[in-house]
Ligand binder design. Structure first.
Ligand SMILES: *Cc1c(COP(=O)(O)O)cnc(C)c1O
Length: 451
């Protein structure tokens, strides 16, 4: 095996000085010293960013490698073998970092959410309101409990589920709301806390993208009744596949442990319905190896994101994600923006992204379809158990009220996303490449017509 260079050097060493430097956004036309560099790369001009790579992801260092080796040699490969194994130790340490009393680790973010739903006693006949603009794991957790995921539309600029639409969709069977902290930024928690209180609903935070993000002094995941995280490879604390649940409610967390342990409590009594979702010790070892330096990376992502936003906000037609009052830090799992084609002679997003990619900055349109446009809706409509539990008229109403036009607009035309777990660990010169590419394409937007 070719040894990786696990020092921090690689994060700064891969990038040479930007040949162009940061453009003075706001004083257009400022880009490019020569005529040739004003030609879009897709039309044969010089790309803004060439022969440079982004920092590696997932994060690995010597500490992580040592932690895996230690676990391998210890023979403690399953969490129930030792109280001081990697999984129980990760749970203690993560809970401490999150400012809560308890954490239970499981095999994925989806498993974390499903465990939380089951531990709260939600199931057949119950409705949970969440966002269509999310990972399929969000609704899989609700469906696995045979509860009904009711989807509310999102806000066009924050990409978060819209509290007004959530409130409109509450029925007598609604038991919980599950806001998703998209892109690792807080959903509108002031409103969701108020709605949960007013209608006596559980507030489950899907914080699967939101490790270390802060809202009014609290870590995301610790604001509502229970919070769930994903540790899948792409996420900012990752072990391939993994998940965790946090809360200050001791009884609820005990129930989470029991549910994810095939319904068997820590005292060994098999008490309830539960899958076996235990995290294994190798996953725990990788996570534990990352924690000591995780806050450094978190701070660097926040610093780079702040810099990006300070420049990008002045580029017409590109709007960095809207943040709600009370947002203090983001996880910056993703750095997202809204693309408004009106500022680009009506050029559709796909052409715009092609031009950017040619400049050496690849952004993604991210989620193709909101979950309201996926076939599971018809699947559950046709299922006997859903028909029995919810009744035909409720299911028909559920389907009819499924439209999420803002989510459609964001998916089809407006979202542009920089995956950020690794890239936002880059240098200022890397950030300048992103800014310069966006600025160059804007300045030369008239050329987009001839692509
Ligand atoms: C990643 C993710 C999940 C699911 O987590 P897995 O670990 O992939 O199961 C759920 N919700 C959101 C918002 C996510 O980003």
């Amino acid at each position: 095996m070719k040894a990786k260079n696990f020092t921090r050097r690689k994060f700064v060493g891969t990038v040479s000085a930007s040949t162009l430097g940061a453009v003075a956004i706001g004083s257009f036309p400022a880009f490019g010293a020569t005529k040739t560099s004003n030609k879009l790369a897709i039309l044969g001009g010089n790309p803004v960013r060439q022969n440079k790579s982004w920092p590696d992801w997932p994060y690995v260092d010597k500490n992580v490698m040592d932690s895996i080796e230690k676990t391998t040699q210890s023979g403690i490969w399953c969490r129930i073998q030792a109280k001081d194994g990697t999984v129980p130790t990760f749970e203690k340490e993560y809970a401490r970092m999150m400012g809560v009393t308890r954490c239970v680790a499981v095999g994925s973010g989806t498993q974390a959410l499903h465990t939380a739903v089951e531990a709260l006693g939600l199931g057949p006949g119950d409705e949970v309101i969440t966002s269509p603009y999310t990972d399929p794991g969000t609704i899989a957790a609700i469906l696995s409990a045979r509860a009904l995921p009711v989807l509310a539309d999102i806000d066009r600029y924050s990409f978060q589920v819209d509290p007004d639409d959530v409130e409109r969709k509450i029925t007598k069977n609604t038991k919980a709301i599950m806001p998703v902290h998209m892109m690792g930024q807080p959903a509108d928690l002031d409103r969701f806390l108020q709605i949960a209180r007013k209608y006596n609903l559980f507030l489950i935070e899907d914080a699967c993208q939101a490790h270390f993000a802060k809202f009014r002094g609290k870590m995301l995941g610790s604001v509502g009744d229970i919070g769930c995280f994903s540790h899948q490879s792409s996420k900012v604390i990752s072990c391939g596949e993994g998940g965790s649940i946090i809360s200050n409610n001791a009884e609820l967390m005990e129930q989470c442990y029991t549910v994810q342990n095939h319904g068997t409590s820590k005292f060994g009594r098999t008490e309830t319905i539960g899958p076996k979702y235990r995290m294994n010790e190798f996953e725990g070892a990788i996570l534990l190896g990352q924690l000591p330096t995780a806050m450094e990376r978190h701070a660097l992502r926040n610093k780079n994101a702040k810099y990006l936003t300070s420049k990008i906000k002045d580029i017409p037609g590109i709007t960095p994600q809207k943040l709600y009052d009370g947002t203090e830090e983001g996880s910056f799992y993703l750095y997202t923006m809204n693309y408004n084609k009106e500022e680009y002679n009506g050029i559709p997003r796909e052409k715009y992204l092609k031009a950017l990619a040619a400049e050496g900055v690849g952004l993604s349109p991210y989620i193709k379809n909101g979950l309201h446009r996926e076939p599971w809706v018809d699947n559950i409509m046709g299922r006997k158990e859903y028909q029995q539990m919810y009744g035909k008229s409720r299911l028909e109403e559920f389907k009819q009220d499924m439209d999420c036009p803002v989510c459609d607009l964001v998916c089809d035309e407006e979202m542009i996303m920089l995956w950020a777990s690794g890239p936002l660990l880059g240098t200022t010169a890397d950030m300048d490449d992103v800014i310069n590419a966006l600025a160059k394409v804007y300045e030369n937007r008239d050329q987009l017509k001839s692509i």
